[in-house]
Design a protein around this ligand. Structure first.
Ligand SMILES: *[C@@H]1O[C@H](CO)[C@@H](O)[C@H](O)[C@H]1NC(C)=O
Length: 218
């Protein structure tokens, strides 16, 4: 009996430990692990370049001061250097993103499967919001002005819009070297192949013709 309890405790600890290992980027075990994109070794992230070959350039990225071109249907431009552009981010659990907004420009509802986010407004006035899972579907939103900071909790659906008269700029930091982005409308109505229209019609409680209109052509 004591043995069984011991085994169960060990199992419980093992499961907890496994969850921790899978859910988080690991704590550093060395100064850095600059991504070696040429290594054949497949790990979670990238293998480490020999530290003797690492230079300042591996930790460096230029151009986040340059406004992006917002002449597109959303009226925003996202410059998101991840570990692929900054190999020194590998294993560190952090990255950054600049967004430029034309007046009324939006970053449409989306989520980051691997990151929480802290947004800072550098210019303009931006409405930012996220929707909670508990309580279910509660919108938490705020109009942010220059210098304001807003937190987007891990994995939640969120959006931003420039609600000022001029252009706006935000810089954000994300808790992953590769946060990923799932644009909700694209994932639901623009997947390849398409999600069956009947599934979406039932799911959204509208008729299939409405769904087919939302399902843009390939
Ligand atoms: C911005 O993008 C639009 C649409 O693609 C293009 O017509 C325009 O020339 C671009 N502007 C600049 C400054 O690159």
């Amino acid at each position: 009996m004591a043995n069984l309890i011991l085994s169960l405790s060990v199992l419980a600890i093992a499961i907890t430990w496994t969850t921790l290992v899978l859910a988080h980027e690991p704590s550093p075990l060395q100064d850095f692990c600059v991504a070696d994109f040429n290594s054949p070794v497949r790990v979670n992230g990238f293998a480490c370049l020999n530290p003797n070959q690492v230079t300042a350039d591996h930790f460096h990225f230029k151009g986040l001061n340059i406004p992006g071109n917002t002449s597109n249907p959303l009226g925003t431009f996202v410059n998101r250097p991840t570990v692929l552009e900054i190999p020194g981010l590998n294993t560190l659990g952090i990255s950054t993103v600049r967004v430029d907004y034309a007046p009324r420009g939006v970053v449409p509802p989306h989520r980051h499967p691997r990151a929480a986010e802290v947004v800072t407004v550098l210019e303009g006035t931006v409405l930012a919001g996220f929707v909670t899972s508990d309580p279910e579907n509660r919108l938490v939103s705020k109009v942010l002005r220059k210098g304001d900071v807003f937190v987007i909790p891990f994995g939640l659906v969120h959006f931003q819009q420039n609600v000022g008269k001029g252009n706006a700029v935000t810089i954000a930091f994300l808790s992953s070297q590769n946060p990923g982005v799932i644009a909700i409308a694209n994932a639901v109505f623009g997947s390849n192949p398409r999600i069956n229209a009947d599934v979406l019609a039932k799911g959204f409680q509208v008729d299939p013709s409405t769904i087919r209109k939302l399902q843009a052509p390939y």
